[in-house]
Design a protein around this ligand. Structure first.
Ligand code: MD3
Ligand code: FE
Length: 216
């Protein structure tokens, strides 16, 4: 829980607006990071990280897994949400309560009350891994925001506009930061620059990103 002595006690002053509907909550998840990392390990034990293939035949540099009632997958047939892990044929692991609670609290802090995510994609970046500029449009619920949780090594996030060629802001995302993307920012182009090498004290030589969405 937050209290008078942690660095989020000043509330609003630490929230950065990145655009209409896009809010960065610096350090929002540090007080539950151990629970989040423990839950993440359980998810990855049941549904291991894997590098998926894009419809164009490229192997993505970030490794991914999912939890929740729907998981994002890609293969030569396309991008989609699926209730089952194609590697095991079983349903994705359930959404850990700590993920749901964190996402709901972050969304509410950013002005999106009543966010109920059903999908959590977990991206794992090792040094050099990146995510090319894209829009998230495989979900049905564009009216719901996306909540993203950054853990481990810092990354430079690229946040553009509604057209691919629109100028991009570079936003440093650090361990414990949560970003909420809703309203007109929901369909903005975005990406992640290649991860720089380093060692994070609790997460190691990687960056983990959780994106919580309402997919169905
Ligand atoms: C801005 N992941 O999985 S999260 C993705 O750091 C993805 O792994 C990135 O983009 C990562 O699709 C970025 C931040 C994010 C997520 C969705 C957005 C930013 C967004 C949707 C619209 C605008
Ligand atoms: Fe994305």
């Amino acid at each position: 829980m937050r209290d008078l002595f942690d660095d989020r006690a000043d509330g609003q002053t630490r929230n950065e607006s990145l655009g209409v509907g896009a809010v960065l909550l610096r350090g929002f998840c540090v007080d539950v990071e151990e629970e989040v990392l423990a839950a993440l390990r359980q998810v990855a034990d049941a549904a291991p990280f894997r590098r998926m293939t894009t419809p164009g035949g490229y192997i993505m540099s970030a490794a991914m897994t999912n939890c929740g009632s729907a998981g994002w997958v890609t293969d030569r047939a396309g991008y989609r949400y699926d209730a089952k892990d194609p590697e095991s044929g079983k349903r994705w692991p359930a959404m850990p309560p700590v993920f749901l609670d964190l996402a709901m609290r972050a969304a509410a802090e950013a002005g999106f009350e009543g966010f109920l995510p059903d999908a959590c994609l977990i991206n794992r970046y090792e040094p050099g891994a990146k995510l090319s500029l894209h829009q998230d449009k495989d979900e049905r619920a564009f009216d719901s925001p996306i909540v993203s949780v950054s853990l481990g090594l810092p990354a430079t996030f690229l946040f553009g506009g509604l057209r691919r060629r629109d100028p991009q802001q570079r936003v440093p995302l650090r361990h414990g930061d949560i970003a909420v993307w809703g309203g007109p920012s929901r369909l903005a182009y975005h990406g992640v620059m290649p991860l720089k090498d380093g060692e994070h004290p609790t997460v190691g030589r990687r960056r983990l990103n959780l994106t919580l969405r309402k997919a169905l």
